[in-house]
Structure formats: structure tokens, C-alpha cells
Design a protein around this ligand. Structure first.
Ligand SMILES: Cc1cc2nc3c(=O)[nH]c(=O)nc-3n(C[C@H](O)[C@H](O)[C@H](O)COP(=O)(O)OP(=O)(O)OC[C@H]3O[C@@H](n4cnc5c(N)ncnc54)[C@H](O)[C@@H]3O)c2cc1C
Length: 287
């Protein structure tokens, strides 16, 4: 069940990162419990993730177990009132499934890469909606390996953050969607959403989407652009000329290149505006 010395660059969107001493891809809860018990017995740290669309793994080896949940609980179900999806289901697949039942605003999240687990943990959002708007509750595995159902309010969703999920692993989630009258054309809206994303984002290169969070009264991308950083590069990574809040891997970049560029952007923006940008991307293994 555990693989050794697995290159993390194959498992994250940035295509960078070092080795995981142990790597696992559980399919069902029992697998995951076994892996976590092994970690505990052997005093190994562990890190769970989805498909790695919002993660930068450092180039150093991860001395523990890295666990992708992208294969965990790959089922979707509708009971006539609520939708249910396992952690490993791709958010976009879930959205496509719900479209068979009508038009709900969840369609505005179309095209966001990532799993249901990752979407909940990050409170993924776009075009004015966030996953929190649709979640009833989440089934989570706590650190003590007990299962708990957390209601939407207990998850404490905020902008790209979920305090209630820290140290919890999302196993599955329950959703309630409000369907609007049929005059709304699901496939048309979905196509427009995806088109707009493709036009604005440098999807032809590996990236993690927006590197920095939006602030209370600023867009990180606008500040970075006004600092003249579009196109600025370190090693083989670059501030995208298409979208200043994206750092792209132009081929052969290392995580350290990307990390240095993140620090450089923060420094330049701070010097010009006195604002400390906060990373949206999860930095794993950096001190
Ligand atoms: C081209 C591009 C466009 C993007 N556009 C958007 C956008 O419009 N809006 C937006 O919000 N995001 C966007 N993102 C970022 C990213 O796709 C989302 O944050 C996504 O929800 C992450 O899902 P994931 O499965 O890849 O999570 P990962 O990147 O694998 O993990 C992200 C975090 O979630 C945690 N996590 C993952 N699964 C679980 C689980 N089951 N239980 C507990 N914790 C878990 C991880 O530990 C990590 O901290 C974009 C990314 C890219 C590459």
C-alpha cells in the first residue's frame, strides 16, 4: 500500500518537487485508516492532498508519508433532495453530474481543477460563488481517527480558508443545490465560464492558479502588475504576462525557483504599497 521514494512532481500541477519517502493513494476509508495507523505507530509525519492544483512541494525529500486522496471515495449520489460526493471526486465531474438535474449556481465553479476534498478545504470559488454556498455538511476523519460530521457552520468557511477543517481529512460531503427555472441554459453558462477562464488564465503552462489571496481592498494580481512584474522570471518560472497573479513553470523550473519568485514579488509589492501579500498556494516543506 505504501510506495517508497516517489517523485512528487508527477502529482502536482506545478510539475516540481522532491521525493516522498513514502507515498500512498488510498481508495477507501479502510486503506486510509491503515496508512494513518502506520504513520502513528512509526512516528511518521504525513500530509494529505488531492490532485495538487494548489500546492508547491519543496525540492527536498518529504521525510514521512504523502497521501493523495484523489482516488478516495470516487462516488457521487443524488437522493432526490441532497447530493453526496466522495473526497476524491473531481469538482468539475460533480458539477457535470448535477447539471443533469437543472441549473444551479454551482455551475460558476466549472473548470476549477481539484477534488471535492480540496475544494472544501480551500473553499474554492469563482464568479462570485464559493463551494461553501452549497455544502450542507462534511464527513471528516479527525486526528484521533474518529469520523465526525461537521455542519457547514462548524467548517467555518471564509475566503480560501476553512478553520474547522484544519487537522481534519475530508472523506465526503453533502450538498444542497437550489435549481433555477429551466430558462437558464446550464451548458451555455458552463461554456461561457470555461471560455472566460481560458481567456484570462495561462492554462497552457503548469501553475497553481492564483498564487496570492485577494485582500480586503485590493486584487493581488493588480498590485503585482502595477509593480511592473509581469514577465519577470527567476530560473525557468515567470510571472505570467497573461495574469499577474499566476506564476508559471516554463519548463524545468524547480520549486525553489518558484519559491524565490514568490518571495521576490512579496518584497517588491511591500516596498511599493506597504502590503504583505498572503499566499493562497500551500507551501509544503519550506522553512
Ligand atoms: C489553472 C488553475 C486555476 C485555478 N482556478 C481557481 C479558481 O478559480 N478558484 C479557486 O478557488 N481555486 C482555483 N485554483 C486552485 C485549486 O484548483 C483549488 O484550490 C482546488 O480546490 C484545490 O483542489 P486539489 O484537490 O487540487 O487540492 P490540493 O491542491 O491537492 O490541496 C490543497 C489543500 O487542500 C488540502 N486538502 C486536499 N484534499 C483534502 C481532503 N480530502 N481533506 C483535507 N484537506 C485536503 C491539502 O492538504 C492542501 O492544503 C486553480 C488552480 C489552477 C491550477
Amino acid at each position: 500500500m505504501l510506495e517508497r521514494n516517489v517523485g512528487l512532481s508527477n502529482y502536482c500541477f506545478y510539475k516540481t518537487g522532491g521525493l516522498a519517502r513514502f507515498f500512498a493513494r488510498p481508495l477507501i476509508l479502510e486503506d486510509l485508516l491503515e496508512i494513518l495507523s502506520f504513520a502513528r505507530q512509526n512516528n511518521l509525519k504525513y500530509y494529505v492532498f488531492g490532485v495538487g492544483s494548489n500546492i508547491l512541494f519543496s525540492d527536498e525529500p518529504f521525510e514521512g508519508i504523502v497521501i493523495t486522496l484523489k482516488n478516495l471515495n470516487k462516488w457521487i449520489y443524488f437522493d432526490g433532495e441532497y447530493f453526496y460526493a466522495g473526497a476524491g471526486v473531481l469538482l468539475d465531474d460533480f458539477i457535470k453530474f448535477t447539471m443533469n438535474f437543472g441549473f444551479s449556481k454551482i455551475i460558476y465553479l466549472s473548470g476549477i481543477p481539484g477534488t471535492i476534498g480540496g475544494a472544501l478545504y480551500m473553499n474554492a470559488g469563482a464568479f462570485g460563488v464559493e463551494i461553501k454556498d452549497f455544502v450542507v455538511d462534511a464527513e471528516v476523519l479527525k486526528e484521533n481517527l474518529e469520523i465526525q460530521i461537521l455542519k457547514n457552520s462548524e467548517i467555518s468557511f471564509s475566503y480560501r480558508q476553512t478553520i474547522g477543517l484544519v487537522n481534519n481529512i475530508v472523506i465526503a460531503a453533502k450538498f444542497k443545490l437550489e435549481f433555477l427555472p429551466r430558462k437558464f441554459k446550464s451548458f451555455k453558462v458552463r461554456n461561457t465560464v470555461i471560455y472566460k477562464r481560458n481567456v484570462k488564465q495561462p492554462i497552457e503552462y503548469p501553475s497553481c492558479g492564483s498564487v496570492f489571496k485577494r485582500g480586503p481592498n485590493y486584487y493581488a494580481g493588480a498590485l503585482i502588475e502595477k509593480c511592473g512584474l509581469k514577465g519577470y522570471s527567476i530560473g525557468n518560472c515567470e510571472v505570467s504576462t497573461k495574469h499577474a497573479n499566476f506564476i508559471i513553470n516554463k519548463g524545468g523550473a524547480t520549486s525553489f525557483d518558484i519559491y524565490r519568485l514568490i518571495l521576490y514579488i512579496k518584497e517588491v509589492v511591500y516596498k511599493k504599497y506597504g502590503i504583505t501579500l498572503e499566499e493562497e498556494v500551500k507551501l509544503i516543506g519550506f522553512n
